[in-house]
Design a protein around this ligand. Structure first.
Ligand SMILES: Nc1nc2c(c(=O)[nH]1)N[C@H]1C(S)=C(S)[C@@H](COP(=O)(O)O)O[C@H]1N2
Ligand SMILES: [Mo]
Length: 318
């Protein structure tokens, strides 16, 4: 499904009717892709007949952001397991197998287990979240995600007192992922991490859709993290494992180039990447003569998240 968005129409006018009309289709499509049956799934037991509510806005944005045209977002992707350039990664990601998707949740939790995505989704209320998204490379976009707060899933598995960080692991499918097959660049699978309070923050979501439809494979299907105040690489795609741990996990980019990519990676115009400035960004879809946007601290979400870093030197903890 192609959704046409026009830059000059307020987001509120575009997205609401589309999301409303496509809500059932999204859920159906996601559920069709996730086959249940084998094994006992802890989530499904209690919740078989939940009715899907309409998709409300979860981000409090009141539709003030105008989404980037969907076709741009779908064809300009970073997905290093497949390729190191935007076009090939979007094309090759179509080979990803997303059927019968499970998420393993373990570590410092009361209810560890392997959960079918379908069962996780039955439990969650999907909402639309229109977020700015800023890549560390210096470009940005606005994406209407469909998803649910990560905190809802974490609360369900009941974190123990030792749960101080969350480690996310992406799928390992070397058969279809050329860079995994060749052990190229990063250590695979792709790993990311958050501090527990960051993970529990209401802006932090797990997305299963965008633009009122299920997530395209190249954008992280069937399940990805979205942390809007951090650089894009923190928003790990194709998540298969979530572990609650005591120590900060070693993340893929940190391990690859620790002086370039820190654990926190909060968007910060005052802290330059060693090889380029982060003070401004090119907005995907803007005209050639449109000036670059001034990058905002925490990508503009400071009001909501600055308190998480109150006593921290953000230059040291970059
Ligand atoms: N598994 C995985 N997740 C990933 C990446 C990746 O290469 N592999 N790239 C990251 C980077 S650098 C960015 S900018 C965003 C891009 O998301 P998008 O392609 O949906 O715009 O995904 C992030 N998540
Ligand atoms: Mo990125």
């Amino acid at each position: 499904m192609i959704i046409k968005t026009k830059k000059d129409i307020p987001a509120s006018e575009i997205t609401d009717p589309l999301v409303f009309n496509n809500r059932r289709k999204i859920i159906k499509a996601i559920l069709a892709g996730a086959v249940t049956g084998i094994g006992i799934s802890p989530v499904s037991a209690a919740n078989n007949s939940i009715a899907w509510p309409d998709l409300p806005r979860g981000d409090g944005s009141a539709g003030l952001l105008t989404p980037t045209p969907a076709e741009l977002v779908k064809n300009y992707t970073n997905y290093y397991e497949f390729a190191f350039n935007k076009q090939d990664s979007a094309r090759l990601a179509q080979n990803l197998r997303t059927d019968s998707w499970t998420i393993e949740i373990g570590g410092e939790v009361e209810n560890p287990g392997i959960y079918y995505l379908e069962d996780v989704l039955r439990q969650q209320t999907l909402q639309e979240y229109i977020y700015r998204f800023r890549c560390v490379e210096g470009w940005s976009m606005v994406v209407p995600w469909v998803g649910f707060p990560l905190s809802c899933l974490l609360k369900f598995v009941k974190p123990l007192s030792g749960a101080l960080f969350v480690k996310f692991t992406a799928v390992h499918q070397p058969e279809v992922m050329p860079k995994q097959r060749r052990n190229a660049m990063l250590e695979w699978p792709y790993v990311e991490g958050l501090r527990m309070d960051e993970a529990m923050h209401p802006l932090t979501i797990l997305a299963v859709g965008m633009y009122g439809s299920i997530l395209p494979k190249q954008n992280g299907a069937p399940l990805r993290l979205v942390v809007p105040w951090k650089y894009g690489f923190k928003s790990i795609k194709a998540v298969v494992k979530i572990e609650l741990v005591r120590r900060p996990p070693v993340t893929s980019w940190c391990q690859f180039a620790p002086h370039e990519y820190g654990f926190y990676s909060n968007v910060n115009p005052a802290v330059a990447h060693p090889r380029w400035s982060q003070s401004s960004e090119r907005q995907l879809g803007s005209g050639f003569f449109t000036p670059r946007r001034k990058t905002e601290l925490f990508n503009g979400y400071g009001e909501q998240v600055a308190s998480l870093y109150r006593d921290m030197d953000l230059r040291h903890f970059f």
